[in-house]
Design a protein around this ligand. Structure first.
Ligand code: CP
Length: 313
């Protein structure tokens, strides 16, 4: 392994990572996953993860906590704003300054784009962006790529369809930027009103082969090695009537799989609402729960790298 560039580093945007960085963390995830519990629990011993979630979370918060526990560390945090002094009007800046006093690494989810970059400028300890508005969710992209790598044994050469709410889905943007490090064909499938924001298309142009679609057409299904499905982000619509127009546009079900490659991998950052039928949960194609499980391992490796100059072995 080359030297650890994650040590004491903020994780704000996936755009800050080179391909070498990505491969380094994937190798570290393999390595940390194979450590004996006694060895693994030395990597975060005596260290504290502090978190604050201004928006709801199940996987990100719990996987970070579980990851930190597996490294022998502890977690403290705020997931219910009503029980915190945010409710009394405390600013994001002061809240971060306080968590910084009590923690070695800080996980932040906030509804505003730029919130994690702002927090990183204030905090002495490293910040991990656990979702900043509809801007980015970089650790989700790391675990998404790791999942693809584990399941498909490669990323280069794949055809990937990203389906659903491509306008507001922050996981989409981090994944899109991360994929610019690879040689992939991308199908972006969304209602026209939920297409990827133009500035991001311009940013990745020339680095990815992109086709945009409004239908999940047979040609897309027969081409895709991975179908990455996203929820329509009801909470981000300024006008709920607009949400009603697009809700339920796509559903991945047995009929969809019948038209797809037999080994297509169906992924989803979760939570899902109605965009993937539970009828396909038992199929070998449905890897979204495995994806969530890889999330804990990848986040454990990330924390281990951020807290230690080097890993054992
Ligand atoms: N994928 C994801 O961010 O899930 P949560 O919102 O449950 O953390």
């Amino acid at each position: 392994m080359s030297s650890n560039s994650f040590y004491d580093r903020d994780i704000v945007s996936i755009k800050d990572f080179t391909k070498d960085d990505l491969e380094f963390i994937f190798d570290a995830t393999d390595k940390v996953s194979k450590l004996r519990p006694a060895e693994r629990s030395e990597l975060g011993k005596g260290r504290t993860l502090g978190y604050i979630f201004y928006e709801p979370s199940t996987r990100t918060r719990m996987s970070f906590e579980a990851a930190m526990a597996s490294l022998g560390g502890s977690s403290i945090g705020i997931s219910d704003l009503k029980s915190s002094s945010v409710e009394k009007g405390e600013s994001l800046a002061d809240t971060i300054r306080i968590i910084d006093l009590y923690s070695d690494v800080i996980v932040l989810r906030h509804p505003l784009d730029g919130s994690s970059r702002f927090a990183a400028e204030l905090s002495q300890n490293p910040i991990i962006n656990a979702g900043s508005g509809s801007e980015e969710h970089p650790t989700q992209a790391l675990l998404d790529l790791y999942t693809i790598l584990k399941e498909k044994k490669k990323i280069d050469g794949l055809s990937i369809a990203i389906v659903g709410d491509l306008k507001y889905g922050r996981t989409v943007y981090s994944l899109l930027y991360a994929l610019t490090n690879y040689d992939v064909d991308l199908h972006l499938v969304s209602p026209p009103s939920l297409a990827v924001r133009k500035e991001s298309i311009y940013e990745v142009q020339g680095k990815l082969r992109i086709k945009e679609h409004s239908e999940l057409a047979d040609g897309v299904l027969s081409d895709a090695d991975v179908i990455y499905v996203t929820r329509i982000q009801r909470e981000r619509f300024p006008d709920l009537q607009e949400y009603e127009k697009v809700r339920g546009t796509y559903t991945i079900d047995e009929n969809t799989l019948a038209k797809a490659k037999p080994d297509v991998a169906v992924m989803h950052p979760l939570p899902r609402v109605d965009e993937i039928s539970q009828n396909i949960d038992h199929t070998k194609n449905a890897i979204y729960f495995k994806q969530a499980s890889y999330g804990k391992e990848l986040r454990a490796a990330l924390l281990a790298l951020m807290l230690n100059e080097s890993l054992p072995g």
